[in-house]
Design a protein around this ligand. Structure first.
Ligand code: GLN
Ligand code: ZN
Length: 769
């Protein structure tokens, strides 16, 4: 590896390609239209393009093995041979078929009963998902993939000397599902596999390896710290000539600092964006330790303040060996801003995607080496962009600022306590016991998506599109009436996405064309960019909700996306504290809630599926987050009269540790996921601690399976053992937009029948008493 004075690293690149080529390759392969050889060739091209891209932009610590056909945790599972028995693997190099079966499940076929996929979980506090390792007590690991060394060689053959990346053993084990035992107990068996891989990499010529241990950003107990020490020591001993770059990211080292500084590594990466105070650490660190300084935000899309960063770095010149890097791998930002031909140029100049972040880093490296004058133009451009952003009238809306400052506690409190509101709502709604409803969306069929696309491309006029949506909405209302649901929804046919739809109607949000980031496997999302003060120029949902209400005598529920979710699923401005940004969104949603109430909607649901995932990685930060998240939800919802029923919905959340927060949101009704967990989740909701109403989902909408009446009755019975029957609502566990109408109709008919059976049984019991 040539050694520039200030080497630049990316730590890892987006894998999907500038036009989501990986998605097409994978989905073509899964559909059977692209054979394994073509997939391999396509993947090789994506890697080559990434290496070339980095090299062209002056990156000198180019990673390899950062690419993945699905995700790097699954790759690690394969590398160590931890393939669960149900995939029928019998040793040797794990083949692509087994790999994808683990990720996506293997369907039943003749005598083969098939095998369900492995679980997925969020990668730390990102919106990226990885496949959860399934480990068994005392299991045996064995090297089962040559991917790391093969990709190192592949890069070398193309003229790139790379630094292979491996997910560290301790983070890997901490991510695993281990039934009834401590996954760290498997470390001694795991380390030899890693050592073997390091030998191979050394033999192939690697001089550095990057070991990612993002668990260093968590509160680690002593046992885990000891495991890290054992692990890194073993890896360092494996190949004495090999240098290890240990990376921490998504936060500071915190109390893991002393441990880390004593580890036998040649390099250490620090996230200086989330934890700028760590720069202090430079004076404590051993003088021969190379520090990789994560100075450019790898998790967000804003252009860096080059002058400020230089100011931090210049005093370090000559004091020790440093590298410049993004705060974390570039996996979580879009690849290249230059693809955004439609983005408003005023906003575009404030942004830096992956490619631009590399440019920022190489510019900084040049500035450190040759002095500020050598990069004078770049510094000026950076300052001009920052000034423009600070002063822009698109960013600053004095009305919004003033209103947000005036928020007081009364605005976050409903008029009366739940017990009183409940009576007013019973009068207003006259619902039966075990009332039935759905979460909001009905199937987004091909024709709905086609009409939206045609409208977006100017091939369907606004009037015709509106007529189409009206007709779909009416069909959905009639179908819900026929099915016999008690509280209806309009179906969300007009919405492309639950965040995008609202973002497009709010000031302060911008949208990209190609700003894709990977969500999991082949799935990508394009998070909106929340760049300025948020205001609502006009009502966003009143038209379709009140139209739907006009079609029926049954109560219609308005459906909105909550402020925390609007925040969590966007790239958020970094020039204002997050709670303040969230409060602005909450005020906009509050206005919408009140407009819906005024339009005659007696129930309004404010979805917060992302509230749980926003919980910070470190314990010390949690209470503050939960407090402002709850306050924003309440600010959005508390402006209505007692008789208006506020619902909320969350999916896949482990509620046990945040039950008090859920209670503090004070929604009248919460609809939650629980069919998969067989109502276990309700153990968190004893009636004593959660007096409000709850709809524990009885129908898993993520599967095409139609649940039977007895099955749902059984779930409701379990629910009624844990809750007071008068608290219970009956609903699916999430929206229905990805399902087919036929299965939805059958499932909801069964669900309504199950609710009726519960009412009848209740009556029998009451009569018998
Ligand atoms: N109301 C939304 C829907 O039904 C909720 C989606 C979600 O929870 N992610 O689609
Ligand atoms: Zn949901």
């Amino acid at each position: 590896m040539s050694s520039p004075t200030f080497p630049v690293a990316t730590l890892g690149m987006p894998r999907i390609g500038p036009r989501r080529e990986l998605k097409s390759l994978l989905e073509g392969h899964w559909a059977g239209t692209l054979d394994a050889a073509a997939l391999t060739a396509g993947a090789r091209e994506l890697r080559a393009a990434n290496w070339a891209r980095q090299s062209a932009r002056g990156v000198s610590r180019i990673p390899s093995n950062d690419f993945s056909l699905y995700d790097h945790v699954l790759d690690t599972t394969v590398m160590v041979g931890a393939v669960p028995a149900r995939y029928g693997w019998d040793g040797g190099e794990v083949d692509a078929e087994t790999y994808f079966a683990m990720a996506r499940g293997r369907p039943a076929n003749g005598s083969d009963k098939g095998a369900p996929a492995m679980d997925m979980t969020k990668w730390f506090d990102t919106n990226y998902h990885v496949i959860v390792p399934e480990l068994a007590r005392g299991m045996f690991f064995t090297p089962s993939s040559s991917k790391a060394v093969a990709e190192y060689r592949e890069a070398k053959a193309r003229g790139h000397e790379t630094r292979p990346v491996l997910l560290g053993p301790v983070t890997y084990l901490l991510l695993a599902k281990a039934n009834g035992f401590d996954p760290l107990s498997l470390l001694p068996g795991l380390l030899p596999v890693y050592q073997e891989v390091l030998h191979e990499l050394t033999a192939a010529g690697a001089s550095w390896v990057q070991i990612d241990e993002p668990c260093l950003g968590l509160d680690l107990d002593e046992r885990t710290q000891a495991a890290l020490k054992t692990s890194v020591t073993a890896l360092a001993q494996a190949a004495p000539s090999l240098k290890l770059m240990l990376t921490s990211y998504f936060g500071g080292l915190g109390h893991n600092e002393a441990l880390v500084l004593g580890l036998p590594v040649a390099g250490l990466h620090l996230d200086l964006v989330r934890a700028p105070g760590q720069l202090q650490l430079l004076s404590d660190a051993p003088s021969d330790l190379t520090l990789s300084l994560g100075v450019v935000d790898g998790r967000n899309v804003w252009r860096a303040d080059l002058v400020a960063i230089l100011g931090q770095l210049e005093p370090l010149i000559g004091r020790r060996s440093i590298e410049l890097a993004p705060s974390c791998p570039l996996l979580h930002v879009p690849l290249d801003l230059d693809l955004e031909t439609d983005l408003d140029p005023e906003i575009a100049q404030w942004l830096a995607f992956g490619a631009q972040k590399m440019d920022e880093l190489t510019t900084l490296a040049t500035g450190l080496e040759k002095g500020r004058t050598a990069i004078a133009d770049a510094l000026e451009a950076s300052e001009a962009a920052i000034r423009s952003r600070r002063l822009s009238s698109r960013v600053n809306n004095p009305v919004v600022r003033a209103r947000s400052k005036d928020v007081d506690a009364t605005m976050t409190r409903r008029t009366s306590p739940f017990a009183e509101r409940r009576m007013a709502q019973r009068d207003a709604l006259s619902l039966p016991q075990y009332p039935t409803t759905t979460i909001g969306s009905f199937p987004q069929t091909r024709s709905v998506r086609k009409a939206r696309a045609a409208h977006a491309h100017g091939m369907l006029s606004a009037e015709d599109y509106a007529r189409f949506i009206a007709a779909e909405t009416e069909v959905a209302v009639r179908r819900q009436e026929e099915i016999g649901l008690d509280m209806l929804v309009h179906g969300e046919f007009e919405r492309n996405d639950m965040v995008q739809y609202f973002g497009e109607r709010l000031d302060g949000y911008a949208f990209t064309r190609s700003g894709w980031v990977q969500s999991y496997g082949s799935r990508c999302v394009r998070p909106p960019i929340l760049f300025g003060d948020v205001a609502r120029p006009a009502p966003m949902t009143v038209k379709w909700s009140s139209y739907a209400q006009s079609l029926t005598d049954r109560p219609m529920k308005g459906i909105l996306t909550g402020p925390v979710t609007m925040l969590q699923w966007s790239f958020v401005r970094d020039d204002l504290p997050r709670p303040e940004v969230c409060r602005q969104i909450a005020l906009a949603i509050r206005d919408e809630v009140q407009d819906l109430e005024a339009a005659g909607l007696a129930a309004i649901q404010v979805d917060e599926p992302a509230l749980r995932e926003g919980v910070p990685l470190r314990e010390a930060d949690r209470a503050a987050y939960l407090a402002w998240a709850v306050e924003c939800f309440r600010l959005a919802t508390a402006g209505v009269s007692d008789a208006t029923q506020i619902h909320t919905h969350m999916c896949y959340a482990a509620f046990n540790d945040i039950i008090d927060t859920i209670g503090a949101m004070d929604a009248d009704v919460i609809a939650i996921e629980s069919s998969r967990s067989r109502m276990e989740l309700l153990d968190a909701f004893p009636a004593t601690r959660y007096p409000n109403e709850i709809g524990p989902g009885v129908y898993d909408t993520h599967s095409p399976r139609v649940p039977s009446v007895p099955e749902m009755v059984a779930l409701l019975q379990q629910a009624s053992e844990r809750l007071d029957p008068s608290q219970i609502w009956v609903n699916p566990d999430c929206g229905l937009k990805t399902r087919e109408w036929d299965e939805v109709r059958r499932a909801l008919l069964n669900m309504v029948a199950a609710a009726r059976r519960m009412r009848d049984e209740g009556r029998v019991i009451v009569a018998a008493e």
